[in-house]
Design a protein around this ligand. Structure first.
Ligand code: ATP
Length: 369
């Protein structure tokens, strides 16, 4: 088990004094022993570069990377005792599954006998339910089976840290879901500190203990899946995490003795101060409604804003439906349970509880409420 720390880590590609690319900018992340960290963000935000620096494949331009308090910046990749799993599996095509699994153990000077290696290979193969495939070559395996072998090769040495770079990117949607549950279970079982790169927020939400949301090389927020979803630090996190996208519109914020008054072109309402944790002085705000928090006003009393919406499309997803509509505040997406009988061109009233309304500073894009 390893406590992993990134302390003010920066990576600039090219000449830092000229116009180098700042891939990672002053990153501070602390990953406790056995924790599962997901690095989440759009393409080019610096996720892979961060992972490669942890693995020793890339040198930080500035800052320190520490394993259990010891700086490893100058420790070579092969001496860091980390195992990496990539999206392209990186299996040796001419070797059987058994040889692929045992390769790392055979290569290193670990004092293991051939029969001990064979036992360990079998143990890992059983854990991953690939015992029947031990004699097969990679070309005889499905994508999911290849990925299991790649995982097996990573865990067989019981490394200090697991690094995963989009390991499920090449699998179909159904297999991705199965495999991410398996990786999650496996990681909890072996308890090895892990860092996992993905641009898929749903994957991040289901697999992570904590998520580091990155944009342009900068950490936007570090928190549990619950925290980044329910208390996004800023507009970027709010928009990147959660599906469907948060509804947003511009408004002016006023204040009375016991409430904040939200006025936009299409909607005016009050948010009682009991729901607002801090003093807000900003006047220009962006208002956010999560689709999941909207519901039809006719079904429940609402103390929050209610607004008429013309239904454009109803997309059933299991027991709920995603309703796309047009309201005075603009295009609106709601995820509602009571959608039976709802059709295009219907007019419905949507509402939201005031405690679920998000407010962002229009200038800084920081979360206000
Ligand atoms: P993706 O999801 O597309 O893989 P990412 O978030 O992993 O993206 P990185 O691969 O870490 O992003 O890249 C971050 C930035 O650094 C990008 O602007 C990229 O073009 C740049 N970059 C990465 N590797 C190099 C390199 N070897 N030389 C120069 N620039 C690089």
């Amino acid at each position: 088990m390893t406590h992993l720390e990134l302390d003010s880590v920066t990576k600039v590609f090219g000449d830092p004094d000229a116009s180098g690319v700042v891939a990672v900018d002053d990153l501070n992340i602390d990953v406790p022993d056995g924790d599962f960290l997901v690095l989440l963000g759009p393409s080019g935000c610096g996720k892979t570069t961060t992972l490669r620096m942890i693995g020793g494949l890339e040198d930080p331009t500035e800052g320190e990377i520490r394993f259990d308090g010891t700086v490893v910046n100058d420790v070579k990749a092969r001496n860091r005792d980390v195992a990496m799993v990539f999206q392209d599996f990186a299996l040796y095509p001419h070797m059987t599954v058994e040889q692929n699994l045992g390769f790392g153990l055979r290569r290193e000077d670990n004092g293991m006998t051939d029969s001990e290696i064979k036992d360990r290979v079998r143990e890992v193969a059983e854990m991953l339910e690939i015992e029947e495939l031990l004699g097969n070559k990679p070309s005889q395996l499905s994508g999911g089976q290849k990925q299991r072998v790649a995982l097996g090769r990573a865990i067989i040495r019981e490394p200090r840290i697991f690094l995963f770079d989009e390991p499920l990117a090449n699998l179909d949607a159904k297999l991705r879901k199965t495999m991410r549950t398996e990786i999650d279970e496996l990681q909890s079982e072996v308890g090895i500190t892990s860092a996992y790169v993905t641009h898929n927020q749903e994957e991040a939400m289901t697999i992570a203990d904590r998520i580091a949301v990155l944009n342009h090389g900068e950490l936007q927020q570090l928190g549990s899946p619950d925290e980044v979803f329910n208390e996004p630090a800023n507009l970027f996190v709010a928009q990147f995490v959660g599906s469907p996208d948060m509804n947003l519109f511009e408004a002016r914020l006023g204040e009375t003795a016991d409430a904040y008054q939200v006025d936009s072109e299409g909607l005016s309402f009050e948010i009682p101060k009991e729901y607002v944790e801090r003093e807000i002085t900003t006047e220009d705000v962006l208002v956010g409604f999560r689709p999941q928090d909207l519901y039809q006003a006719r079904n429940r009393d609402s103390s929050g804003p209610a607004f008429d919406t013309d239904v454009r499309i109803v997309e059933p997803v299991g027991t709920e439906a995603i309703v796309h509509g047009t309201a005075a505040i603009g295009d609106v997406t709601a995820k509602v349970g009571d959608f039976h009988g709802l059709a295009t061109d219907d007019e419905i009233a949507l509402t939201i509880a005031p405690e679920h309304v998000y407010l962002f500073d229009a200038a800084t894009e920081e979360l206000l409420k």
